[in-house]
Design a protein around this ligand. Sequence first.
Ligand SMILES: [Fe+2]
Length: 188
Amino acid sequence: MKHSEPVRRGDGLSPTDPVLLAAPLEFISEDHLRERQICGVIEGLATSASFDRQAALTVLRFLNEELNVHVRDETEDLFPLLAQRCRPEDVIERVISRIRTDQDEATRLLPMVRAILVRGLDTGCDPSPQDSKMLMSFAARVRRQLVAENAILLPIARARLTRVDLKTLSQRMRARRGLPPFSEASIA
Ligand SMILES: [Fe+2]
């Protein structure tokens, strides 16, 4: 990996560094740290005594600019590659199906979560008890999905995907972000 800036990793406080796209499974793993950190911010908004505008803006930016791209990385590229490479004993279809169910459920709740955050920004008022329940429910679904992805999906991907698969995944994830392809030598 050739880059001049050190890659800041592990805190999930900012969008994942594109330099990591050379190692696409590591990039996805970092995105999961980011998702987990955002879940904590959402839970804070649901339980806080006063509305935190900065926290709401952080979550809205993540939902609008990062989450959809991450889900597309997985559903359009990672899952199909895994379906090709995995062995019957991996029962990958069942794993992916479970993750997709949680992803679909979180996606269904997204418009309501966005509306709660925008309403808070407009009025400065705390979420209602019902809104808080919705925020907690959304965060819980995302967290459940993260557990399955980190504990089952990524270890299988590390074991089964070939170097060519990883290069394909890296290039597609870069293209999705409007970045030029890596040179041959820079793919991890
Ligand atoms: Fe994910």
